[in-house]
Design a protein around this ligand. Structure first.
Ligand SMILES: [Zn+2]
Length: 213
């Protein structure tokens, strides 16, 4: 367990930033083996409980609608629910004194993001949330993305610029009556080649924007 290299203290609290398995898959382990209490937005619990094969232990025990504040380790840690963006269960974790933001999957560093349209995510909400978060940051805030390496406000701004620009491109293709297949064929240009990765290819990103707008 990677956290064991950072601290040997008990893991009292776990916050799920949303319901996806790569962010909740160890809930049962922490609850059962470590006695951790799991916190999350109401919709995380709902969506996990909706899975046919869910176990009781993996469900968050404390849920909230808007967010909560932990006063812990000498820091003030604000957990804030964000309106439907990556999913409809997204929270971000803002460590005030440490000046660190963990936006969960509202940040894929240097890559096209996954927007889970079937899990309540929305393209517009994702962009609005990122815009709002960047507005809260200081120039030297450290950002721990949901995927990708430790980042800065400037990196987050780059991701927002890409979101806004590619969204406008696909929106105008749609407005011109271009089909999804033709939009994929046309592509987003060389500028964004490096943002594609094995999970969210350029095709998948265009299709998310096309369907989500
Ligand atoms: Zn996710």
């Amino acid at each position: 367990m990677a956290i064991g290299d950072i601290s040997k203290q008990p893991i009292k609290y776990i916050v799920n930033t949303h319901y996806h398995g790569d962010h909740t898959g160890s809930n049962a382990y922490f609850a059962e083996a470590k006695g951790s209490t799991i916190f999350a937005h109401d919709n995380v619990r709902k969506r996990l409980a909706d899975k046919e094969d869910h176990t009781h232990a993996e469900l968050p025990v404390v849920t909230y609608q808007q967010g909560m504040t932990f006063h812990f380790n000498g820091d003030t840690i604000n957990v804030m629910y964000m309106p439907a963006g990556h999913t409809d269960s997204d929270s971000v974790v803002w460590f005030e004194e440490a000046n660190v933001l963990h936006p969960g999957d509202l940040f894929f560093e240097g890559r096209f993001p996954y927007i889970d349209l079937d899990g309540g995510g929305t393209v517009t909400g994702y962009i609005n949330n990122v815009t709002k978060l960047i507005g809260m940051l200081k120039d030297d805030t450290k950002i721990i993305p949901g995927h990708g390496k430790l980042a800065t406000k400037a990196d987050y701004q780059k991701a927002l610029d890409m979101l806004v620009d590619t969204t406008a491109m696909v929106k105008s293709m749609k407005a011109e009556g271009i089909s999804l297949d033709d939009a994929v064929e046309q592509g987003l240009g060389e500028k964004y080649t490096a943002w594609a990765w094995n999970f969210i290819t350029e095709e998948k990103w265009i299709s998310t924007l096309y369907k989500g707008l």
